[in-house]
Design a binder for this molecule. Sequence first.
Ligand SMILES: Cc1cc2nc3c(=O)[nH]c(=O)nc-3n(C[C@H](O)[C@H](O)[C@H](O)COP(=O)(O)O)c2cc1C
Length: 204
Amino acid sequence: MRIAFIDGSPKIKQSTSGILLEDIKSSISQQAECIDITMHKQKLSDIQLEQLKSVDVFVISCPLYVDGIPGHLLSCLGQLEETFKNQLQINVYGIVNCGFYEGQQARYALNILENWCIKTGLIWSGGIGIGGGGGISQMPNGPRVPINKAFQEMGNNIMQKQIQKNQYVSIAFPRFLYKVAAQFGWRQLMKSNGGKPKDLNKQW
Ligand SMILES: Cc1cc2nc3c(=O)[nH]c(=O)nc-3n(C[C@H](O)[C@H](O)[C@H](O)COP(=O)(O)O)c2cc1C
């Protein structure tokens, strides 16, 4: 079986979407052939299109942007729709991570991926919405246990091309501490870009 692991974050380095793909890969049997595809830009190359035509499964991992999927990814999916429409039997699994603590926030983005599958004639096979995505790249394995459990189940389903229901998980880390860490992180980021915390209250 050939599986395309698609990173749909616009970040070229250290995206949470990419980290999560590496995690789910470890739940996939070694008999499968894994192909890495990055969708960081608005258009897929001819080589990428050819690669995607030769696989049995897509695993699309992306961040949640304004309750949907990133615009550049939507553009790539539109390109795939034109190329693939009703031609291929590919199972599609989705992983959407978000900054909010609750994985449920990703439900509409998973619906978007599902609708795209219906329109393109691909087989929507279920997804996982992951909350607490903003902290995953800095966390050790412990808080990621609930995510890895969900990946284990998805990994088994992928190997059997089985359809699963959408699932929602979050990090095993207290919600209030996650919020405190996020506030701290934003302030640091603001300072490193020359801003001040009091700018947050500015009337523009
Ligand atoms: C433009 C933009 C819009 C976002 N919209 C949401 C949102 O609606 N809900 C949410 O929970 N997180 C939102 N986020 C946070 C990202 O989903 C979160 O940081 C994610 O972990 C980034 O994943 P990545 O590293 O794979 O790109 C947004 C981030 C950006 C940059």
